[in-house]
Structure formats: structure tokens, C-alpha cells
Design a binder for this molecule. Structure first.
Ligand SMILES: *Cc1c(COP(=O)(O)O)cnc(C)c1O
Length: 494
């Protein structure tokens, strides 16, 4: 399997090069040259396997240089019982005959980022060996919340890696901050940046391009890399759970072999729903992909009009991990739909220059055959949380609620009652305030006490990693000005 940049078809890379590099040097995303098809009987065979074995089987199709033994060890470590609170890893919860919820938040940080960030460190460290890179990789992350904690947990104590996370001092929730500043592990560092997420992000980008720092660190045996969702090593593990969900439905008799399903995905950077598209390309009978957005509805408009336009108001919503106006992974979908790197390059140049591009009618036609886009605001999000709880006795977080709203809208508009897998991306306990509000609580307890309040109201236990935050010592109190992040890196890498 060879990889190319979405903006250049000539240069070819191996999987380990793609994973080590993260981003192509032309600014494009490293992407498989083609998507392998599953053999005819694969889904039947996979249906009786554990999640870990399904992961090995699917990932192997894209990772020729990795042995089955290697991948088996990675999957055991990434998705084992010390990491995930259910042996199913990514269980499917059925609400009614045609509505199934794929729960992706049973990992150590209670959000779906764990599905990929538990695997990425293994893929990356093995890729370093295969590409004969012997320095220690230093992962720099700017985070608005979930990615930072996910990356810290994934890379904690992984040999030959260091991880440094910068979060905006006043830009993350109390639970998210506690999750990060109490992080355990010998190779981790966390610092608050005075400013907002953009300040932290810009600062990290500046560190990446600081040649003097790069040379200084090279002398000490380090080089920089990134763990954000444009790395192929983050998209690949996400394909697995779509195949797995289909297999679970087959195994449990909810669908017949060959029967089609739809999927509905709460979307931000377009990584998660892109993985569903790739699962479909591999041969999983997925008919429609329903793309759910919050009030930041740039993708809804794109799917409906073929025009991507980020020149619009940015909203802070109660589903913050989807507050995004540039969905980076869309570039990979564009390559698949156009099969033309020059066309993709043109769109991306327009996006950089004007914040806008319009795809050709041919691409728009292909897009609209598969994708449906819907959005909803915070009021509707809360209403859906209440409705799903009352009707199905099932508690969902605000991101998942946006997806349920999209599914309702889709079914009303199309009258298509194909069985649908709705992707659930975070534990409701990660967003206690919004969820308690949706259930009608009049006052909401302070800080971590809100976990107990939600637990008492619903009879559900708070996930252990969140409940356990109370007993954790605070380890990281450093706050830096955005112009002094380089000092923080130096102090953390001595
Ligand atoms: C990151 C995230 C999303 C968005 O996923 P993308 O892959 O960026 O589309 C949705 N929900 C939660 C809880 C997330 O953390």
C-alpha cells in the first residue's frame, strides 16, 4: 500500500513514512493511493471476532510493512481492559429496531479521541524504527479540550516519546483542565497559555517552524511531531469501529448479511465521518452518510450547495468539539471524489486565499449521492437529550444529541427508515452541566459535584476516570505567555 499527498500524485510514501511525517511537505494530507476492498466473506468472518482482532484485520489491509504479530500486540495494549471499561471496546446500544448507537467513549478519557489516540503511539513508535529515525519524538499539541487529554493518555510512558500539551488558560472546562493538570506519566508536560485556543495553536505552529529550536533539540536527541487528526495514524483506527458496528449488528441478528445501513456522525474536523466513508469504500454496506453539525454549519451548507465558505460567524456551543470552521479532513474526501490532485490543490488554494471554494457539478453530484447534512442549535440539542432520555431511557451527551437531531431531520425529509448507526462521541458525564440542564435540573452543583448530581438523577455511575479526578494530585501549574512557549518546551525537555 502506497500513500500520496492530496496535492501531489507523483511522490509515493510507505505507511510508516506517512505516519512519521504527519503532514505532506506541500501542505497536503498523506492518504492511501487506493482503498483496499474487503474479501467477500470478511464481514461474516469478522463478526465472531473480538474488537482487537477486527482492528488487526482491518489495519493490516493498509499497513503492509507491519506484521500481524506487531498489530496484535498494539491492539491488545491499546484496547485492553486497563484502558477500556467494557470488553466490547466500542459497543452498539440498540434503541429501537432501526436505531443503534455506537458508543465510542469507553476509553480512558471518555471521548472518542481515545479510539485513535490509544493506537497512534504504537503505530508511530514502530514507524520511527521502520524509517530508521532514532531520535526521541516530541509530540506538541495545542488543544481546546478532548484532544490534549486523549494524546496525553495515549503517549504516557510510551518509550522514545515525549508529549507536551498547551491549553488556553480560560478556554477549557473545569473537568477538562483537571483531566490535564493531574496527568500521570514520566514523559508528559502540560502548560496553560495566557489567551484563547487560537493563541495556543498559533504558538505551537511557531514552535514547529522555529529552526533554532529544532537544531537545539536535535542535538539533545529530539524531533517534533504532531498528533492531530490529519495524521493517517489517527484516521485508520477509526475505520475499524464502523466495520465492527456492522459486524455486531450481523452477529446479533439486527440485520441480514448484505443488508444496508446508514450512519450518522457528529462532525467537526471531518475525521470521524471520513473513516465511515472509507469503511464504505472497503465494502461495508453503508448507504448514506449523515453529517451532523451544530450551529457552526459550514459542512451542512457545503453538502447542500457544493460551496465551502468559512467566512461566517464562529459560535461557541454546548458541543465544543464540533466548534470548527475548517474541517481539514474534507480534503481527503475531495481527493476520493475528484481522483485529481490538481483539482484538490486548486480548491485548497482558493480556501487559503479567500476562505471559500465551490466544487464542480460532477463532484457535487457524487457528494450528494452519499452525504446528507443537517445542523441544530443548542436549544434543540438540549431538547433532544431530554427526548431521547424520556423515550428510550438512554443518556447522551450534547455532541451525540446533535447527531440524533440530524437523524430525526433526515428521516422526516426522506422517509428512509434504513437501520442507522448513530455515533456517540463522548460520555454524557463529560458535559454534566448541559446534560443536567437538559434533564430539567434547576440548580447545578459546582465542579466535580455535578458528576454526583447527574449520577443521582439518572442512577448511572460516573465513569471511573472522571470520578477519580478528585483523588488525583495536581502536577502541572505552569502558565506561560504565548510569546514564551519556547521556554516551556526547554524546561520540559531537560
Ligand atoms: C473531536 C470530537 C468530535 C468531532 O470529530 P471530528 O473527527 O473532528 O469530525 C465530535 N464529538 C466529540 C466529543 C469530539 O471530541
Amino acid at each position: 500500500m502506497q500513500y500520496i499527498s492530496t496535492r501531489d500524485g507523483a511522490a509515493r510514501f510507505t505507511a510508516s513514512q506517512a505516519i512519521t511525517q504527519g503532514l505532506a511537505s506541500d501542505g497536503g494530507l498523506l492518504t492511501p493511493f487506493y482503498i483496499p476492498k474487503l474479501p467477500g466473506k470478511a464481514l461474516e468472518d469478522l463478526k465472531d471476532m473480538a474488537y482487537q482482532h477486527r482492528a488487526v484485520y482491518i489495519m493490516k489491509q493498509f499497513l503492509e510493512e507491519f506484521s500481524v504479530k506487531e498489530l496484535t500486540d498494539f491492539a491488545a495494549a491499546a484496547y485492553g481492559p486497563e484502558k477500556f471499561d467494557t470488553p466490547a471496546v466500542a459497543p452498539v446500544h440498540t434503541l429501537d429496531g432501526t436505531t443503534h448507537c455506537l458508543e465510542l467513549w469507553h476509553g480512558p478519557t471518555c471521548a472518542f479521541k481515545d479510539m485513535a489516540l490509544q493506537m497512534l503511539p504504537h503505530l508511530l513508535t514502530a514507524s520511527l524504527v521502520k524509517t530508521e529515525e532514532f531520535k526521541t519524538v516530541c509530540i506538541l499539541v495545542a488543544t481546546s479540550g478532548d484532544t490534549g487529554k486523549g494524546a496525553l493518555e495515549g503517549f504516557k510512558n510510551v518509550p522514545k516519546t515525549r508529549i507536551l500539551v498547551f491549553y488556553p488558560k480560560d478556554g477549557v472546562s473545569q473537568v477538562q483542565q483537571l483531566q490535564m493538570i493531574t496527568q500521570e506519566g514520566d514523559n508528559v508536560g502540560v502548560a496553560a497559555v495566557v489567551g484563547n485556543f487560537d493563541d495556543a495553536q498559533t504558538g505551537v505552529k511557531r514552535l514547529f517552524s522555529d529552526e533554532a529550536l529544532r537544531e537545539e533539540l536535535a542535538r539533545k536527541g529530539y524531533f517534533f511531531s504532531s498528533a492531530n487528526s490529519i495524521n493517517w495514524g489517527r484516521v485508520l483506527p477509526q475505520i475499524v469501529y464502523y466495520v465492527s458496528a456492522y459486524c455486531d449488528l450481523l452477529r446479533d441478528g439486527a440485520i441480514e448479511p448484505g443488508q444496508s445501513i446508514n450512519v450518522c456522525v457528529p462532525t467537526g474536523n471531518f475525521g470521524n465521518i471520513l473513516a465511515a466513508y472509507y469503511a464504505r469504500e472497503m465494502g461495508v454496506p453503508i448507504q448514506k452518510l449523515i453529517c451532523a453539525s451544530n450551529q457552526n454549519d459550514v459542512l451542512t451548507d457545503f453538502i447542500r450547495t457544493g460551496i465551502y465558505d468559512r467566512n461566517r460567524t464562529f459560535y461557541h456551543t454546548m458541543s465544543p468539539s464540533m466548534d470548527i470552521l475548517i474541517s481539514s479532513n474534507l480534503e481527503r474526501l475531495l481527493l476520493s471524489l475528484t481522483q485529481d490532485v490538481e483539482e484538490v490543490k486548486g480548491y485548497m488554494e482558493q480556501l487559503n486565499a479567500t476562505g471559500r471554494y465551490e466544487v464542480s457539478d460532477r463532484v457535487k453530484g457524487k457528494l450528494q449521492k452519499l452525504f446528507y447534512g443537517y445542523c441544530c442549535d443548542d436549544k434543540e440539542t438540549q431538547a433532544v437529550i431530554g427526548r431521547v432520555y424520556r423515550q428510550h431511557d438512554y443518556l447522551i451527551d450534547p455532541h451525540t444529541a446533535v447527531a440524533f437531531s440530524a437523524l430525526e431531520q433526515y428521516r422526516k425529509e426522506t422517509e428512509d427508515n434504513t437501520p442507522c448507526v448513530v455515533v456517540s462521541t463522548a460520555s454524557p458525564f463529560k458535559f454534566c452541566d448541559s446534560v443536567l440542564g437538559a434533564l430539567g435540573a434547576e440548580t447545578i452543583a459546582e465542579g466535580l459535584d455535578a458528576l454526583d448530581q447527574l449520577s443521582q438523577l439518572t442512577g448511572l455511575p460516573a465513569p471511573a476516570p472522571l470520578a477519580g479526578l478528585r483523588d488525583k494530585a495536581v502536577r502541572f501549574t505552569q502558565t506561560v505567555e504565548k510569546d514564551h512557549m519556547v521556554d516551556a518546551v526547554r524546561s520540559m525537555l531537560v
